[in-house]
Design a binder for this molecule. Structure first.
Ligand code: BGC
Length: 386
């Protein structure tokens, strides 16, 4: 009898231990589905994986994300993937080994999928940050800006600076096109937004495209020719130099569609080295309101940029992680769910992911103070921009 009781006791204890283990796992996954209040902010660790440092914005993103996470009582660490997905994957695996409860990832390409699966297995929440993770929709959220609108604002910067509505086919303006990385879905939306503004002027002959001309990013052959692998400025500069002595040899370019500030500055550098453009640079677009580009706009070189308040994006992403970890309903002030015209921003290629969008703002010399007044720059930089 005693023996039977002892066996029953052992079984009972084992049963509790097993149920406890299960509870722990399911509270992890329930939290990731947004149901239970489990994570204690004071202990939980958030891994912050940013793609690169050769584009100024990401350093700012990394710092803002870390500060926000710490402010909310989390432990947090930022790693930069150096535009190399294998490197970033190692960093994310290491976050998971350290017990990360949430990952906020600005990925490099869809090779990130394997670590998203690892995170799923470990019960960690994954938030795609600024760039969608493609090839899987098995993660919690994507938070970004309205990337299509970023593109339309870039198109507007050019259309307004060239006064395209007044231009005619008798005296057409000339433009050449650049796009971002072909591995970054954002690049497609930026390009398409800009083209939706510029195409009507191209169709009526008031704007002529010099060099490769994809009407749509799905024209892969031509899009590849204007795309810039991993957003590397050296690639854009070399391509601009080649254009100036190639396709654009016999025309004067009035504008260059530049997909971000880092590439705009590289393209402007190439133009400045060409005698033809020394007095009058082509009109250029950009995005990110990077300090060097803001100075360039102030000095009359780059024409405009698109301000994406990444401090707000970082704040929103950490707030989202916090709400998911605590099983609270998601409620992010200033962000809207992708729907209607913006639905496609949420398309992973394997189904849609819940996507929150923030609003970008067009900036030219006329409203250069907008990002400054938003507190986007440290005092020493703000002083130079005033
Ligand atoms: C971001 C841009 C950035 C670019 C290059 C894009 O995914 O949305 O803000 O300029 O990557 O880093």
């Amino acid at each position: 009898m005693k023996k039977i009781l002892a066996v029953l006791l052992v079984l009972l204890i084992a049963g509790f231990a097993f149920a406890g283990g299960n509870n722990q796992r399911s509270s992890g996954s329930a939290a990731s589905g947004g149901a239970s209040a489990s994570a204690s902010a004071s202990q939980a660790f958030i891994g912050l994986a940013m793609p690169e440092t050769h584009v100024q914005r990401w350093v700012k993103d990394g710092n803002s994300l870390r500060d926000e996470a710490v402010k909310r009582g989390y432990r947090a660490e930022v790693q930069y993937g150096d535009a190399n997905q294998a490197t970033q994957n190692q960093q994310i695996e290491s976050f998971l080994t350290q017990g990360a409860k949430a990952l906020i990832i600005g990925n490099i390409n869809d090779g990130v999928g394997s670590v998203v699966s690892s995170a799923r297995r470990e019960g960690a929440i994954v938030i795609a940050y600024d760039r969608i993770i493609q090839g899987t929709n098995d993660y919690e959220y994507y938070i970004t800006f309205n990337n299509y609108k970023v593109g339309t604002l870039q198109g507007e910067i050019i259309a307004e600076a060239l006064n395209l509505t007044a231009a005619t086919s008798a005296a057409p303006k000339h433009i050449t096109l650049f796009a971002g990385s072909p591995t970054d879905a954002n690049a497609n939306f930026f390009f398409q937004g800009a083209m939706d503004v510029l195409l009507p002027h191209i169709e009526r002959g008031a704007l002529q495209v010099v060099g490769p001309f994809p009407r749509h990013y799905t024209d892969t052959a031509n899009f590849q020719r204007i795309a810039t692998e991993n957003w590397q400025p050296a690639i854009a500069k070399a391509r601009m130099e080649a254009l100036l002595i190639g396709d654009a040899r016999n025309v004067t370019l009035d504008a260059v569609l530049c997909p971000n500030d880092t590439l705009a500055r590289a393209i402007i550098e190439a133009c400045k080295a060409d005698a033809k453009y020394q007095g009058k640079l082509p009109v250029t677009s950009g995005q990110d309101a990077e300090f060097d580009s803001m100075m360039s706009i102030k000095n009359g070189e780059q024409t405009g940029t698109v301000f994406k308040d990444t401090a707000k994006l970082a704040e929103a992403a950490v707030m989202l992680a916090d709400q998911l970890l605590k099983g609270q309903p998601v409620n992010i002030p200033g962000a809207v769910l992708a729907a209607g015209a913006t639905t496609e921003i949420a398309n992973t290629g394997r189904g849609y992911v819940k996507t929150l969008l923030l609003d970008p703002i067009k900036v030219t010399r006329a409203n250069l103070q907008v990002p400054v007044q938003a507190g986007f720059f440290p005092d020493a930089e703000a002083a130079q921009l005033r």
